[in-house]
Design a protein around this ligand. Structure first.
Ligand SMILES: Nc1nc2c(c(=O)[nH]1)N[C@H]1C(S)=C(S)[C@@H](COP(=O)(O)OP(=O)(O)OC[C@H]3O[C@@H](n4cnc5c(=O)[nH]c(N)nc54)[C@H](O)[C@@H]3O)O[C@H]1N2
Ligand SMILES: Nc1nc2c(c(=O)[nH]1)N[C@H]1C(S)=C(S)[C@@H](COP(=O)(O)OP(=O)(O)OC[C@H]3O[C@@H](n4cnc5c(=O)[nH]c(N)nc54)[C@H](O)[C@@H]3O)O[C@H]1N2
Ligand code: SF4
Ligand SMILES: [Mo]
Length: 739
């Protein structure tokens, strides 16, 4: 049997690993995945890269793959033809647009499988066909604050250095980022840096793997980031550890900044973030002691009501010490999803056209109006996290959102405060879901449009460090599915704004010519070079892209200067109380991915872990509650509750709890806070609220409840359960073809 080898980019996290698939073309099956020598992965893959493609076989473990368009008729989703589904969707969206105006419709993009081309098309659909800037995606609940904060401080919202540079850093300040579980192949560079002699400082309330290998672990109390960062700046200022030439030549706003940080002595910060003052001093001295200091951050910085300020705070530290513009130096908001950098690049944001060109700029507007042949709106659109308030919180029907076009996101599982989200979906007149699997959101949809998955179409992703890389069609899709960009083009045409392309390269060529920073990254060059990090402005082979930004301290603002900014720390909105005495934080685990439609439908990954996930608690708290590891418990607060298993661990401080957001029964978002969004970026406070953990006396009842709920949920998703089986030592409903 002759196998064909096809190289593509991993569809899970933003590390952008390159995979070679061996494909049996006659059987239309992948036989094996092996690592390729990509720029970021250098011949390595994590478990999701190796085993995470099994969902393409549609084993139907968690949910069924969508195979046909569906319309809800008399309460049930019924399979229909593409003609009927497109006509029905077009008619309803046009009706709502005519009645309430284009701004009554909200659209999302997708940072997962589809790729940059489909994301370019979806924002063009929202802006040119519907006529609204109400377009957003999961960056809003993720690294939105990094984009906004760094755009303010540096003029460019992305990682300033490449993943491959991390191993040459001399100091790594890792704050709110758990690479060992979130980006295992980026974590590899932290290990290599350590082996090469780097000093690692880890600021995280848990004893994560990075904390274990760190030279200094700042085990702060959740919510204390800005106090810590401001105090590090205070130490550098008072001890004269700054690069004064760099500050004078390359930055502005230092005097106002210095005034605010005076108050943040390490002793004052200790009262807030609970890190010993002496450790804050040590951290500041280590960080300022090198010209190859790198700051890496993740959701522990951005998923707070005060997030943009902390991002600016991190940029302040790097500017104060001149840590920009060289190899292995700078700031790294390590983007989460495989193509979340790309969806931002493509303008799937309510304030930017593709290439970060503001919708409020008359020049940008004129440029896109000319390219798309239609008048565009200059009104900044609605942020994704503000959808509930625009549906439930507004009485005037003229000002409300009436339709939601959800492309490749599952807010019914991944957004905060799920009860409110479900109410929102049910209150909307018209909900469209364009996805590859059944998911929780589809339970509230009026129309379902099935797309091809990663592995079934071509395109380009942008990995976490601005790297464009090709994805390639590996298998022929089965089922009556279409590429996402094609669905959107057909719908747009039916609504009266014709769009038509022969392939993704045509779309790519249109978009790179509208974005100066991407203009040089042609398919031909991508095929030859493998990866091109933007900016890449010139189509000639000489321009191979840019590894690190802000060379020679020249920032991306028009005057070339970086901007300092400081402000006061604000606490998270919800404190522990007598009724809810524990803090509640939500994070990730290595084997499963976001809403789990993909990783949960892969036999090897499912075999590692299944419902209902775990709540990580301190050994003392478990003892006090009389709860043992493995027992089912109820986690509850005033917004909702879920059932999960207790995990007593020394990695967690007393009084704090952590759940991962991958689980349906253990759905932590029943409890998270939807209010208190960051005022600029609109990110929710996924990382802090309060809860109570209740022991369940009747464990047999709880186990039975779990099995029944899980079975019912899966059956709603089209999966037939046949008896029970053990997964990871616990019982789960079995399915045909599952492991
Ligand atoms: N409590 C809590 N909640 C969180 C977080 C947290 O830390 N705590 N993190 C948040 C973060 S950072 C993020 S990014 C979000 C992620 O949340 P989501 O974006 O909702 O989750 P994903 O699993 O990435 O995928 C969303 C949907 O895309 C579909 N999909 C995948 N590939 C394709 C494709 O090629 N085409 C189409 N049409 N659909 C496709 C999947 O089947 C799935 O239904 O979750 C957020 N939610
Ligand atoms: N296996 C797997 N990998 C993934 C994902 C997945 O679902 N599964 N999701 C992807 C996505 S969408 C993203 S955005 C990335 C995110 O990747 P990470 O940024 O690593 O995300 P988290 O694990 O949510 O949070 C990081 C850390 O923040 C810490 N933290 C909590 N509160 C605070 C605080 O107040 N201060 C500080 N300093 N730290 C705090 C937590 O303890 C946690 O260790 O991962 C991506 N990779
Ligand atoms: S580190 Fe991320 S990109 Fe690399 S193989 Fe694992 S999931 Fe895929
Ligand atoms: Mo994310």
């Amino acid at each position: 049997m002759a196998l064909k080898e096809i190289q593509t980019t991993c569809a899970y996290c933003g590390a952008g690993c390159q995979i070679i698939f061996q494909v049996d073309e006659a059987a239309n099956k992948i036989v094996k995945a092996t690592p390729a020598k990509g720029r970021t992965n250098e011949g390595t893959l994590c478990l999701k890269g190796r085993y995470g493609w099994d969902y393409l076989n549609d084993p139907g473990i968690l949910t069924k793959r969508l195979k046909n368009p569906m319309i809800r008729k008399n309460g049930e989703l019924v399979e229909v033809s593409w003609e009927e589904a497109i006509a029905f969707t077009a008619e309803n969206l046009n009706r709502i647009k005519a009645k309430y105006g284009p701004d009554s419709i909200m659209v999302t993009g997708c940072a997962r499988g589809p790729g940059n081309e489909a994301n370019y098309i979806v924002q063009k659909f929202a802006r040119a066909c519907i006529g609204t800037n109400n377009i957003d995606h999961c960056a809003r609940v993720c690294h939105g604050p990094s984009v906004a904060g760094l755009l303010y401080s540096l003029g460019e919202g992305a990682m300033s250095l490449g993943v491959h540079e991390i191993e040459d850093a001399e100091v790594i300040f890792n704050i709110g980022y758990n690479s060992a579980e979130s980006h295992p192949i980026v974590h590899r560079r932290l290990i290599k840096a350590k082996q090469k002699g780097a000093t690692i400082i880890c600021a995280d309330p848990r004893v994560i793997e990075t904390a274990k290998m760190a030279d200094l672990h700042l085990q702060l109390k959740g919510g204390g980031n800005l106090a810590l960062v401001n105090a590090m700046a205070n130490v550098m200022y008072t001890e004269g550890l700054m690069d004064e030439n760099f500050i004078a030549e390359h930055t502005e706003g230092f005097a106002e900044f210095a005034e605010v940080i005076q108050k943040y002595t390490p002793e004052f910060a200790e009262t807030i973030c609970k890190v010993p003052a002496e450790d804050i001093r040590k951290a500041a001295r280590i960080y300022a002691g090198s010209k190859h200091s790198v700051i890496l951050w993740g959701m522990g910085v951005t998923q707070f009501g005060q997030a943009v300020d902390v991002v600016k705070g991190c940029a302040n530290l790097a500017m104060m010490t001149g840590n920009f513009g060289r190899w292995a130096t700078g700031v790294g908001p390590v983007r989460g999803q495989n193509n979340v950098q790309g969806a931002c690049d493509m303008g799937v944001l309510p304030n930017n056209y593709p290439g970060y060109q503001p919708v409020t700029s008359p020049e940008a507007k004129a440029k896109f109006e000319k390219a798309w042949g239609v008048e565009l709106s200059d009104k900044v659109g609605i942020q994704l996290t503000r959808v509930p308030q625009h549906v439930l919180g507004i009485e005037d029907p003229e000002k409300k959102l009436h339709a939601y076009y959800i492309f490749g996101e599952d807010p019914g599982q991944s957004d905060p405060h799920l009860e409110e989200l479900r109410e929102t979906l049910d209150e909307l007149d018209f909900v469209v879901v364009q996805d590859i699997f059944m998911n929780k959101t589809i339970q509230h949809a009026d129309v379902v449009l099935p797309g091809t998955a990663w592995g079934e179409h071509d395109g380009v992703y942008t990995c976490c460090d601005r790297g464009f890389q090709r994805i390639r069609k590996v298998l022929e899709p089965t089922g009556n599915v279409k590429p996402d960009w094609q669905i959107l083009c057909e719908l747009s045409t039916a609504m009266g704004y014709p769009m038509s392309y022969n392939n993704t390269e045509e779309i790519w060529n249109e978009l790179i010519d509208l974005c100066p920073n991407f203009a040089g990254a042609t398919y031909e060059k991508l095929d030859k070079l493998g990866c091109i990090q933007w900016p890449c402005r010139d189509k000639s082979m000489e321009d191979k892209g840019t590894s690190f930004l802000h060379k020679d301290g020249v920032f991306a603002h028009p005057n070339g200067k970086g901007k300092f900014y400081a402000t006061e720390w604000r606490p998270p909105i919800e404190k522990e109380s007598e009724e809810y005495p524990l803090s509640f934080c939500t994070v990730r685990e290595v084997g499963h991915y976001s809403v789990r439609t993909m990783s949960g439908n892969c036999r090897a990954l499912r075999g590692m872990e299944d419902e209902p996930g775990w709540i990580q608690m301190s050994i003392e708290d478990c003892k006090a509650l009389g709860i043992k590891t493995g027992e089912l418990v109820k986690v509850i607060n005033e917004r909702g509750w879920c059932m999960t298993r207790a995990l007593a661990t020394e990695r967690v401080a007393k009084g704090a709890t952590y759940m991962t957001y991958q689980w349906w029964i253990g759905a932590c978002n029943e409890l998270t806070v939807g209010a208190n969004l960051d005022p600029i970026a609109g990110t929710p406070e996924f990382k802090y609220c309060s809860c109570r953990v209740e022991k369940i006396a009747d464990q047999a009842w709880a186990e039975k409840y779990l099995l029944t709920e899980y079975r019912e949920l899966r059956e709603k998703m089209g999966v037939k359960c046949i008896g029970e089986q053990k997964v990871g030592g616990v019982k789960a409903p079995a399915v045909k073809g599952g492991n």
